[in-house]
Write a protein that binds this ligand. Structure first.
Ligand SMILES: [Zn+2]
Length: 270
């Protein structure tokens, strides 16, 4: 360790005495995330892929939404994200953001070759409800994206028209009706844009599907979503879902812009 490293270590140790902290992953006394939990947050070289299904009560004719995510919502990632969102532990933003970056990267790799000529994919972060933003003072997904590596241009243009009830205790169908119509597109801002939606945790996908509905109402094409973590058990392995299966079933096999639009019945990958 050089002199500067030793000094900053000493300063951090001093701060840890003044402001003792626990590891956001396991609660062990540490200045930040402990070595074991950092190891559990190591960035995989692939992202899982899953198709979010539209519930039976959803919009008629709506198709599934392809989702790329880095990890299951469990264990250390779950604890560290919970600490970031509920206790303002922003030291988790860097390792979690790098995980989110992998999901974004893999989504781009799958989607970009299928875009119409001249189109550019942009990311759009799922908006925070006003109440959530007031409580936290920041959008956790934005904090993660700061560490997610190179990304496409960011689009904005969705906002909550009303505040939905807290989703935690609701079942899938209740989540859907709770959210339906709650998000709206800001006038004309999304018209003609090609979007990848970004969120931190996906449970049933109701929020993402609602954001897609609103973005499409605003004139955008939504190609998929990328998230840090997904709660659902993935039924097939990543390799089984990759390649032709996904491209054929999710995006269709034809040529031209129209056939490149995501279109799919909701049962295909079930
Ligand atoms: Zn730990």
């Amino acid at each position: 360790m050089d002199a500067r490293g030793a000094v900053s270590e000493a300063i951090l140790d001093g701060l840890a005495v003044l402001l003792p902290v626990e590891c956001a992953g396991c609660g062990t006394a540490d200045r930040g995330i402990c070595a074991d939990c950092r190891a559990a947050l190591v960035v995989p070289d692939h992202a899982e892929h899953h198709l979010l299904e539209v519930p039976a009560s959803g919009a008629a004719g709506a198709h599934g939404l392809p989702l790329w995510f880095a990890v299951g919502y469990d264990g250390v990632p779950k604890e560290v994200l919970h600490a970031l969102k509920e206790a303002g532990r922003l030291d988790g933003a860097r390792p979690l953001g790098r995980l989110l970056g992998v999901a974004v990267m893999r989504a781009l790799e799958a989607i970009e070759p299928r875009l119409p000529v001249g189109a550019r994919l942009e990311t759009l972060v799922v908006p925070s409800s006003r109440a959530a933003f007031r409580t936290r003072g920041y959008n956790p997904v934005e904090s993660l994206l700061r560490w997610a590596g190179p990304q496409p241009r960011r689009a904005t243009g969705l906002r909550y028209r009303r505040t939905p009830r807290d989703q935690a205790s609701l079942g899938a169908d209740e989540r859907w009706s709770n959210l339906s119509g709650s998000v709206g597109a800001v006038s004309r801002r999304l018209e003609g844009r090609h979007l990848l939606l970004i969120d931190d945790v996906v449970t049933t996908g109701a929020t993402l599907l609602e954001c897609r509905r609103a973005a499409e109402e605003g004139g955008a094409v939504v190609w998929g979503a990328a998230a840090l973590a997904h709660t659902a058990k993935v039924k097939r392995t990543n390799s089984e879902l990759h390649g032709d299966l996904v491209s054929r079933q999710v995006y269709g096999g034809g040529k031209g812009a129209e056939s490149n639009r995501p279109r799919l019945g909701r049962r295909v990958l079930d």
